[in-house]
Design a protein around this ligand. Structure first.
Ligand code: TYD
Length: 213
Protein backbone atom coordinates (compact mmCIF):
# COMPACT_ATOMS: atom_id res chain seq x y z
CA UNK A 1 0.00 0.00 0.00
CA UNK A 2 1.77 3.15 -1.20
CA UNK A 3 1.97 6.03 1.28
CA UNK A 4 4.36 8.86 2.04
CA UNK A 5 4.76 9.34 5.80
CA UNK A 6 6.98 12.19 6.96
CA UNK A 7 8.39 12.96 10.41
CA UNK A 8 9.03 16.53 11.46
CA UNK A 9 10.18 18.50 14.48
CA UNK A 10 12.90 20.67 15.99
CA UNK A 11 16.49 19.53 16.60
CA UNK A 12 16.68 16.69 19.11
CA UNK A 13 12.92 15.93 19.14
CA UNK A 14 13.74 12.27 18.52
CA UNK A 15 12.16 11.89 15.08
CA UNK A 16 15.12 10.04 13.50
CA UNK A 17 14.99 7.36 16.22
CA UNK A 18 11.23 7.12 15.79
CA UNK A 19 11.55 6.91 11.99
CA UNK A 20 13.87 3.89 12.35
CA UNK A 21 11.56 2.15 14.82
CA UNK A 22 8.55 2.85 12.60
CA UNK A 23 10.32 1.39 9.54
CA UNK A 24 11.21 -1.78 11.50
CA UNK A 25 7.59 -2.11 12.68
CA UNK A 26 6.17 -1.79 9.15
CA UNK A 27 8.70 -4.30 7.79
CA UNK A 28 7.64 -6.72 10.55
CA UNK A 29 4.09 -6.25 9.31
CA UNK A 30 5.31 -7.42 5.88
CA UNK A 31 4.97 -4.03 4.15
CA UNK A 32 7.65 -2.90 1.70
CA UNK A 33 9.14 0.06 3.52
CA UNK A 34 11.68 2.66 2.41
CA UNK A 35 13.34 4.75 5.12
CA UNK A 36 14.93 7.93 3.83
CA UNK A 37 15.74 11.49 4.90
CA UNK A 38 16.18 15.10 3.81
CA UNK A 39 18.56 16.64 3.20
CA UNK A 40 20.92 14.02 1.80
CA UNK A 41 18.71 11.07 0.79
CA UNK A 42 20.65 10.34 -2.41
CA UNK A 43 24.30 10.07 -3.45
CA UNK A 44 24.15 13.43 -5.25
CA UNK A 45 22.40 15.24 -2.40
CA UNK A 46 24.79 13.95 0.26
CA UNK A 47 27.03 16.76 -1.02
CA UNK A 48 24.22 19.33 -0.61
CA UNK A 49 23.67 18.06 2.96
CA UNK A 50 27.35 18.55 3.74
CA UNK A 51 27.23 22.17 2.50
CA UNK A 52 24.06 22.90 4.48
CA UNK A 53 25.38 21.44 7.74
CA UNK A 54 28.89 22.90 7.67
CA UNK A 55 29.22 25.80 10.16
CA UNK A 56 31.87 27.20 7.79
CA UNK A 57 29.27 27.63 4.99
CA UNK A 58 28.32 31.31 4.97
CA UNK A 59 25.11 30.71 3.06
CA UNK A 60 22.89 33.51 1.85
CA UNK A 61 19.34 32.65 3.08
CA UNK A 62 18.12 32.44 -0.53
CA UNK A 63 20.94 30.06 -1.41
CA UNK A 64 20.05 27.96 1.65
CA UNK A 65 16.39 27.76 0.59
CA UNK A 66 17.32 26.79 -2.96
CA UNK A 67 19.72 24.08 -1.76
CA UNK A 68 16.95 22.46 0.31
CA UNK A 69 14.65 22.61 -2.71
CA UNK A 70 17.32 21.18 -5.01
CA UNK A 71 17.77 18.37 -2.51
CA UNK A 72 14.00 17.69 -2.51
CA UNK A 73 13.67 17.71 -6.30
CA UNK A 74 16.43 15.12 -6.69
CA UNK A 75 15.18 13.03 -3.78
CA UNK A 76 11.56 12.90 -4.99
CA UNK A 77 12.60 11.92 -8.51
CA UNK A 78 15.28 9.41 -7.58
CA UNK A 79 13.93 7.78 -4.41
CA UNK A 80 10.44 8.72 -3.23
CA UNK A 81 8.34 8.56 -6.39
CA UNK A 82 9.80 5.28 -7.68
CA UNK A 83 9.22 3.70 -4.27
CA UNK A 84 5.60 4.90 -4.16
CA UNK A 85 5.07 3.58 -7.70
CA UNK A 86 6.27 0.15 -6.48
CA UNK A 87 3.62 0.33 -3.75
CA UNK A 88 6.04 0.94 -0.85
CA UNK A 89 5.42 2.90 2.32
CA UNK A 90 8.03 5.68 2.30
CA UNK A 91 9.11 7.08 5.65
CA UNK A 92 10.91 10.37 5.19
CA UNK A 93 12.80 12.04 8.04
CA UNK A 94 11.97 15.72 7.26
CA UNK A 95 10.25 17.02 4.12
CA UNK A 96 8.41 20.16 2.99
CA UNK A 97 7.07 21.19 6.42
CA UNK A 98 10.70 21.65 7.53
CA UNK A 99 11.10 24.19 4.72
CA UNK A 100 8.04 26.10 6.00
CA UNK A 101 9.21 25.94 9.62
CA UNK A 102 12.93 26.69 9.09
CA UNK A 103 13.06 28.84 5.96
CA UNK A 104 9.78 30.80 6.43
CA UNK A 105 9.43 31.03 10.21
CA UNK A 106 13.13 30.66 11.03
CA UNK A 107 14.72 32.70 8.24
CA UNK A 108 11.79 34.93 7.31
CA UNK A 109 11.18 33.95 3.68
CA UNK A 110 7.75 34.84 2.34
CA UNK A 111 5.26 32.00 2.80
CA UNK A 112 3.49 32.29 -0.57
CA UNK A 113 6.81 32.12 -2.42
CA UNK A 114 8.00 29.10 -0.42
CA UNK A 115 4.66 27.31 -0.88
CA UNK A 116 4.96 27.72 -4.63
CA UNK A 117 8.61 26.68 -4.79
CA UNK A 118 8.03 23.76 -2.42
CA UNK A 119 5.23 22.39 -4.59
CA UNK A 120 7.30 22.86 -7.74
CA UNK A 121 10.43 21.22 -6.32
CA UNK A 122 8.42 18.27 -4.97
CA UNK A 123 6.54 17.83 -8.26
CA UNK A 124 3.33 18.49 -6.25
CA UNK A 125 3.98 15.45 -4.05
CA UNK A 126 2.36 16.07 -0.64
CA UNK A 127 2.79 13.63 2.28
CA UNK A 128 -0.18 11.39 3.07
CA UNK A 129 0.59 11.62 6.79
CA UNK A 130 2.97 13.81 8.77
CA UNK A 131 3.98 13.10 12.36
CA UNK A 132 5.10 16.25 14.12
CA UNK A 133 7.16 15.11 17.11
CA UNK A 134 6.74 18.18 19.28
CA UNK A 135 9.02 18.86 22.23
CA UNK A 136 10.18 21.77 24.36
CA UNK A 137 13.11 23.71 22.86
CA UNK A 138 15.31 23.14 25.93
CA UNK A 139 14.73 19.38 25.89
CA UNK A 140 15.38 19.10 22.15
CA UNK A 141 18.52 21.25 22.08
CA UNK A 142 20.00 19.42 25.06
CA UNK A 143 19.38 16.03 23.41
CA UNK A 144 20.88 17.32 20.14
CA UNK A 145 23.97 18.61 21.98
CA UNK A 146 24.51 15.26 23.73
CA UNK A 147 23.94 13.41 20.45
CA UNK A 148 26.38 15.47 18.34
CA UNK A 149 28.93 15.54 21.17
CA UNK A 150 30.22 18.93 20.00
CA UNK A 151 29.12 22.34 18.76
CA UNK A 152 26.73 20.72 16.22
CA UNK A 153 25.73 21.88 12.73
CA UNK A 154 24.73 25.32 11.41
CA UNK A 155 21.16 24.98 12.67
CA UNK A 156 22.01 23.76 16.16
CA UNK A 157 24.20 26.86 16.52
CA UNK A 158 21.18 29.17 16.00
CA UNK A 159 19.84 31.08 19.06
CA UNK A 160 16.90 29.82 21.11
CA UNK A 161 14.57 32.40 19.51
CA UNK A 162 15.21 30.81 16.09
CA UNK A 163 14.25 27.36 17.38
CA UNK A 164 11.15 28.83 19.03
CA UNK A 165 10.06 30.30 15.69
CA UNK A 166 10.69 26.93 14.02
CA UNK A 167 8.56 25.16 16.64
CA UNK A 168 5.80 27.76 16.13
CA UNK A 169 6.11 27.11 12.39
CA UNK A 170 5.42 23.38 12.86
CA UNK A 171 2.48 24.26 15.12
CA UNK A 172 1.13 26.42 12.26
CA UNK A 173 1.49 23.54 9.76
CA UNK A 174 -0.50 21.34 12.18
CA UNK A 175 -3.19 23.97 12.63
CA UNK A 176 -3.49 24.60 8.87
CA UNK A 177 -3.79 20.92 7.94
CA UNK A 178 -4.83 18.89 11.02
CA UNK A 179 -5.99 15.89 8.96
CA UNK A 180 -2.48 15.38 7.55
CA UNK A 181 -0.22 16.78 10.30
CA UNK A 182 -0.65 14.98 13.63
CA UNK A 183 1.06 16.25 16.77
CA UNK A 184 2.81 13.62 18.87
CA UNK A 185 3.98 14.69 22.34
CA UNK A 186 7.76 14.19 22.16
CA UNK A 187 8.47 15.32 25.73
CA UNK A 188 7.75 11.80 27.02
CA UNK A 189 10.09 8.82 27.28
CA UNK A 190 11.04 7.15 24.02
CA UNK A 191 8.83 4.07 24.45
CA UNK A 192 5.70 6.19 24.98
CA UNK A 193 6.47 8.30 21.92
CA UNK A 194 7.04 5.13 19.86
CA UNK A 195 3.71 3.70 21.00
CA UNK A 196 1.92 6.86 19.79
CA UNK A 197 3.82 6.89 16.49
CA UNK A 198 3.04 3.24 15.70
CA UNK A 199 -0.62 3.57 16.72
CA UNK A 200 -1.10 6.70 14.59
CA UNK A 201 0.48 5.12 11.50
CA UNK A 202 -1.28 1.76 11.91
CA UNK A 203 -4.61 3.54 12.27
CA UNK A 204 -3.90 5.69 9.21
CA UNK A 205 -2.91 2.69 7.05
CA UNK A 206 -5.99 0.77 8.20
CA UNK A 207 -8.21 3.70 7.20
CA UNK A 208 -6.51 3.81 3.79
CA UNK A 209 -6.98 0.12 3.10
CA UNK A 210 -10.61 0.44 4.23
CA UNK A 211 -11.06 3.33 1.77
CA UNK A 212 -9.51 1.27 -1.07
CA UNK A 213 -12.00 -1.58 -0.64
P1 TYD B 1 19.94 16.86 10.18
O1 TYD B 1 21.31 16.53 10.60
O2 TYD B 1 19.19 15.90 9.34
O3 TYD B 1 19.12 17.26 11.46
P2 TYD B 1 18.02 16.49 12.21
O4 TYD B 1 18.68 15.25 12.75
O5 TYD B 1 17.56 17.46 13.25
O6 TYD B 1 16.95 16.18 11.19
O7 TYD B 1 20.02 18.28 9.49
C1 TYD B 1 19.00 18.79 8.81
C2 TYD B 1 18.88 20.24 9.16
O8 TYD B 1 18.33 20.91 8.05
C3 TYD B 1 17.94 20.45 10.33
O9 TYD B 1 18.53 21.36 11.22
C4 TYD B 1 16.73 21.09 9.71
C5 TYD B 1 17.23 21.70 8.44
N1 TYD B 1 16.25 21.74 7.34
C6 TYD B 1 15.78 22.96 6.88
O10 TYD B 1 16.16 24.02 7.40
N2 TYD B 1 14.91 23.00 5.82
C7 TYD B 1 14.49 21.87 5.19
O11 TYD B 1 13.69 21.96 4.22
C8 TYD B 1 14.98 20.60 5.67
C9 TYD B 1 14.54 19.34 4.99
C10 TYD B 1 15.86 20.58 6.74
Amino acid sequence: MAALVTLEGIEGCGKSTQAGLLAAHLEDRGLETVLTCEPGGTRVTAEIRRLLADPASELDPRAELLLFLADRAQHVTEVIRPALERGAVVICDRYSDSTIAYQCHGRGHERALVDELNAWAAGQLVPDLTLWIDCEIEIGLERARVHSGGPGDRFEAEPTAFHQRVRDGFAGCCKDDPERVRRIDGNRDQASVTASVLATVDEFLASQSGAAR
